[in-house]
Design a binder for this molecule. Structure first.
Ligand SMILES: *[C@@H]1O[C@H](CO)[C@@H](O)[C@H](O)[C@H]1NC(C)=O
Ligand SMILES: *[C@@H]1O[C@H](CO)[C@@H](O)[C@H](O)[C@H]1NC(C)=O
Ligand SMILES: *[C@@H]1O[C@H](CO)[C@@H](O)[C@H](O)[C@H]1NC(C)=O
Ligand SMILES: *[C@@H]1O[C@H](CO)[C@@H](O)[C@H](O)[C@H]1NC(C)=O
Ligand SMILES: *[C@@H]1O[C@H](CO)[C@@H](O)[C@H](O)[C@H]1NC(C)=O
Ligand SMILES: *[C@@H]1O[C@H](CO)[C@@H](O)[C@H](O)[C@H]1NC(C)=O
Ligand SMILES: *[C@@H]1O[C@H](CO)[C@@H](O)[C@H](O)[C@H]1NC(C)=O
Ligand SMILES: *[C@@H]1O[C@H](CO)[C@@H](O)[C@H](O)[C@H]1NC(C)=O
Ligand SMILES: *[C@@H]1O[C@H](CO)[C@@H](O)[C@H](O)[C@H]1NC(C)=O
Ligand SMILES: *[C@@H]1O[C@H](CO)[C@@H](O)[C@H](O)[C@H]1NC(C)=O
Ligand SMILES: *[C@@H]1O[C@H](CO)[C@@H](O)[C@H](O)[C@H]1NC(C)=O
Ligand SMILES: *[C@@H]1O[C@H](CO)[C@@H](O)[C@H](O)[C@H]1NC(C)=O
Length: 831
């Protein structure tokens, strides 16, 4: 970074005004003595090293903090040896080549304490916040503060566990908010089987992240938001497993282990000039390790008590359990068949597995590779296996001795299969007389209550029927809740804020043509303004006349009501009245991407905006593809389905075609008889064979990338002279090493050239003919971020689309020839 001399002197001046004296260097050498209250600053002025006092304390400490505010301390040297009533401490390089802190009497309070250092050393404060001590002779790092963390985790720091030596690099909490002395909590990773992040209270586990599955920590259900920022777990050959986070995140962030044992992640908000809390763990009572004891499940969504025994288990001590002391947990109620001495192994009496959905899997698992079906087999063969679970990224997980720290999530998490005696699963029917006696009186009372409240509700709101929608049935009316039998998914529209038809009609001026924004997947979309608060909305109305579109409507509700991401459009309500079904979205002031990209009368999107739109679409897609519970293939990604908010942040919309998967690997690729999508954006295997997968979305993404770069439509573009489609044209220019002609001349500027060429390269990788050659969307994001230096060379994209230059809204039928794969397809597209 270079500053003009004027700016530089201004910065120094500001430094002087703010704090003691900030020395314009980032390196401590023998000749430099930092006297309290002086400080040094890292090269990019991100971190600062010097003396500070915690809030409400007069003790002085040597530490490193984020330049944005003196209270964002990330590391403290003399944690338990403060300078008391002494504001003349010094930091310097000692004779033996260590960084040392000395008090007024020149007594060493703290030293980096490397014994065999070469004496000729220097210590540099890096922009990551790491203080690195090097041997000047050979540049070797001999000590670094990141290997001796305090209570803060910052990007590029590594939290490690060597599985051969057991050595851990951990965070330790402060004693109190005002005392950096070592507190009782520590945090690190435990990598004996599958790596997990832990917080310990002394030696007892206090919180657990759940196992790392290669992408996320499975017990951190909101982690999709976090892992995009570059978390990773790596295993080195010496047995060191490290958890770290890349630096490419542009935001300043830190995770602090608080004195009360909580992780608090904060990000710096430049506008507010303050830290935003973005994540806290443990988040609730159930998050605390083993709060319910062994063989129990913690569910804080239930009315008290939060703990319940797993299926087939009962409390060890019923009285204690009843009093809310769950610490001793549960034990098995009915012995397993495989443990019995009278081992009469009738097939019908064999043990079964009871499924528990959406949980954090227990601690102390053993792991074997395998697909889902194999796990059950492996577990049932061995009587010491009491439960199993499966994760695509991990394989089979088994439990033998105990099931501890199971918690329930409302959504997300994993499925756990618990081994139970054959009789336990049949038990539902034979109810116990004792319970009945006490329950009956209760039931009578409850029914009376229900009856009266039902009467009251129905008088208030008119009758509400629950309606079951089945494919092919005529268009239902008068419903307020819809159940999709096909998906076994209950989607109650009641969960969404309900808007009345009148209100929406007023908001859109009786669905005036002038307010028509466009045609969505299943009906027209109108702009509206709510009278109540002046809020602008977009209303998508299911075309009434035709029964068609209902399926897409339902699909959209199922999919989008469960998703939330800044790059997906969000649903704010719905309207279900008589014949009318409408969905209400936030209104996007900048409309859709095709509008700005292809309409010459619009202003020009500069490259920075275009690039961040590419990244944003990628992130939205990654969320769809990788959210651990509900994996979604969009199937109709195109610029008109990418909406832009006031900050040009892209939001993927229109989920009428989206298909979801349960996260089972053999479903990775699916086949459909009905090919829906938009000409020009469909991957060849989908358009021709009806096969779709994440990689078919990647193909569409690649087309969009090339369109964004060139500012030209794939479907309508072709080179006048040679009659090439955009993909063919891009490929030809790529082969000729001639990039300029492809790039929209309005954004072509030398300063972005490398980035643009890399984007072309990535676009071409995405539109390769064979799905296996295309990168996954998470790879695409890494490539865009420049983390992958050597991109593979793309292969020629499919040119199957060149023969059709009909308008994109054509409906055609064709048969592919050759091969055994003669599939007749219909491309339905009216959009
Ligand atoms: C670093 O801190 C100093 C003083 O607090 C301030 O003048 C300077 O602008 C800061 N630099 C950055 C990049 O925030
Ligand atoms: C510092 O002292 C003030 C006043 O006594 C108190 O309000 C504040 O909470 C204290 N801060 C901390 C971190 O303890
Ligand atoms: C520090 O100074 C305060 C006030 O001057 C005094 O009360 C306290 O005893 C001193 N502490 C030590 C350790 O000298
Ligand atoms: C330095 O290390 C030695 C042993 O390696 C240890 O005994 C001593 O306490 C350490 N000193 C400091 C200041 O940490
Ligand atoms: C110091 O000694 C340790 C162990 O003997 C060795 O691993 C390390 O490389 C040495 N460091 C230097 C700077 O020589
Ligand atoms: C320290 O090492 C550097 C690099 O090798 C060398 O230039 C310098 O003279 C050395 N300083 C001393 C005091 O030996
Ligand atoms: C941590 O452990 C101590 C002692 O075992 C206990 O008193 C304290 O309540 C624990 N803290 C939390 C937050 O669980
Ligand atoms: C611990 O402190 C942090 C920050 O002060 C707070 O957000 C969190 O809720 C606290 N945790 C508990 C268990 O009290
Ligand atoms: C911080 O929070 C505010 C409001 O809660 C939000 O608008 C802003 O985008 C956040 N900033 C960051 C950097 O997350
Ligand atoms: C809960 O039960 C355990 C085991 O019986 C006992 O040691 C503990 O004191 C009990 N805790 C409370 C708060 O009663
Ligand atoms: C019970 O029978 C099964 C199948 O024959 C066998 O695998 C298992 O080891 C037997 N268990 C005992 C305790 O004998
Ligand atoms: C059951 O599993 C345990 C642990 O993996 C193993 O030691 C034991 O040999 C297995 N028993 C059988 C019969 O496979």
């Amino acid at each position: 970074m270079t500053f003009s001399p004027f700016l530089e002197s201004l910065l120094v001046f500001l430094c002087i005004l703010n704090l003691g004296f900030c020395i314009e260097t980032d390196t401590i050498t023998r000749s430099l003595v930092i006297k309290d209250p002086d400080s040094i600053v890292s090269n990019g002025r991100i971190y600062r090293l010097g003396f500070f006092s915690p809030e409400n304390s007069s003790n002085r400490y040597f530490g490193i903090w984020n330049n944005v505010s003196e209270t964002s301390i990330i590391w403290v040297a003399n944690r338990n040896k403060p300078l008391v009533n002494d504001s003349s401490g010094t930091i310097t390089m000692s004779e033996d080549g260590n960084v040392v802190l000395m008090n007024r009497e020149n007594v060493v309070l703290w030293s980096s304490n490397v014994t065999n250092s070469s004496r000729n050393t220097s210590a540099q404060l890096q922009d990551s916040g790491n203080l690195v001590l090097r041997d000047n002779a050979n540049g070797r790092v001999i000590w670094q503060s990141f290997r001796h963390p305090g209570n803060a985790f910052v990007p590029t720091m590594k939290i490690t566990n060597n599985i051969n030596t057991g050595v851990k690099v951990m965070l330790t909490s402060w004693k109190t908010l005002t005392d950096p002395d070592f507190g009782t909590f520590s945090a690190g990773i435990e990598a004996l089987s599958i790596p997990q992040v832990f917080i310990w209270n002394g030696t007892r586990p206090h919180w657990r992240s759940g196992p790392w599955n290669g992408l996320i920590l499975t017990g951190v259900t909101d982690m999709y938001a976090v892992y995009l920022d570059g978390y990773s777990m790596t295993r080195e050959s010496d047995g060191t497993v490290s958890f770290t986070r890349d630096y490419y995140a542009r935001l300043l962030m830190k995770i602090i282990l608080m004195p009360n044992g909580s992780f608090v992640q904060t990000m710096w908000d430049v506008a507010k000039r303050d830290w935003n809390v973005t994540w806290v763990a443990p988040i609730d009572d159930c998050d605390v390790y083993g709060v319910c004891g062994p063989f129990a499940n913690c569910n804080n969504l239930r009315k008290a008590p939060i703990c319940s025994c797993l299926k087939g288990y009962e409390p060890v001590n019923k009285e204690e359990w009843g009093n809310g002391n769950w610490s001793s947990g549960c034990v098995r109620r009915v012995p397993l068949q495989c443990e019995r001495s009278d081992n009469s192994s009738y097939k019908s009496r064999e043990d079964r597995f009871s499924r528990l959905t959406n949980v954090k899997v227990p601690d102390l698992m053993e792991v074997l590779p395998g697909v889902k079906d194999q796990c059950e087999n492996m577990c049932s063969r061995n009587c010491s296996c009491i439960a199993y679970s499966h994760d695509t990224g991990i394989g089979c997980m088994f439990w033998r001795s105990s099931l501890i720290d199971v918690r329930q999530y409302p959504s997300g998490g994993s499925d756990l299969y618990i081994r139970v005696a054959y009789s336990v699963l049949d038990e539902k029917k034979d109810s116990k007389p004792i319970i009945i006696a006490s329950v009956v009186t209760g039931l009578v009372a409850i029914s009376i209550c229900i009856f009266f409240s039902w009467c009251w509700i129905s008088r208030k709101t008119g009758s509400k029927r629950k309606l079951v929608y089945e494919k092919g049935k005529p268009y239902p009316s008068g419903s307020s809740a819809i159940v999709l039998r096909d998906d076994m998914d209950e989607v109650s529209l009641d969960e969404l804020p309900l808007y009345s038809f009148g209100m929406l009609s007023d908001a859109t001026e009786q669905f005036d043509e002038a307010n028509l924004l466009g045609k969505g997947g299943f009906g027209p979309v109108y702009k509206g303004k709510l009278e109540r608060n002046g809020k602008e909305i977009a209303v998508k109305r299911l075309s009434r006349a035709s029964g068609q579109g209902l399926q897409e409507f339902m699909n959209e509700v199922v999919v989008i009501s469960k998703l939330q991401h800044r790059n997906l459009v969000s649903l704010i309500g719905c309207c279900v009245e008589k014949e009318e079904k409408m969905l209400i979205y936030e209104y996007m002031i900048n409309r859709s991407l095709d509008f700005f990209l292809f309409d010459p009368s619009q202003g020009v999107l500069d490259w920075k905006k275009r690039f961040s739109i590419i990244e944003g679409i990628g992130r939205g897609l990654l969320y769809l593809h990788r959210d651990s519970r509900l994996r979604i293939i969009h199937r109709d990604l195109k610029p008109s389905n990418v909406l832009l908010d006031e900050n040009w942040n892209p939001k993927i919309s229109d989920f009428g075609m989206a298909r979801k998967f349960g996260g089972i690997e053999d479903e990775d690729q699916a086949k459909t008889a009905r090919v829906v999508g938009t000409y020009g954006y469909m991957a060849p295997e989908y358009a021709m064979g009806g096969r779709f997968s994440e990689k078919s979305d990647v193909f569409s993404f690649g087309v969009i990338v090339l369109e964004i770069i060139s500012g030209r439509r794939n479907t309508s573009f072709y080179d006048e002279e040679m009659g090439l489609s955009l993909l063919e044209y891009a490929w030809k220019l790529w082969v000729d090493n001639n990039f300029e002609d492809l790039i929209d001349e309005r954004v072509l500027s030398p300063s972005f050239k490398t980035e643009i060429i890399r984007s072309i390269h990535i676009g071409l990788l995405c539109v390769q003919e064979f799905p296996a050659n295309r990168p996954t969307i998470s790879n695409v994001l890494s490539m865009l971020a420049g983390e992958i230096a050597d991109l593979p060379l793309p292969e020629q994209p499919p040119f199957t689309q060149k023969r059709s230059r009909e308008p994109s809204s054509s409906s055609l039928s064709q048969s592919t020839t050759g091969g055994s794969n003669n599939v007749s397809i219909t491309i339905i597209d009216g959009r």
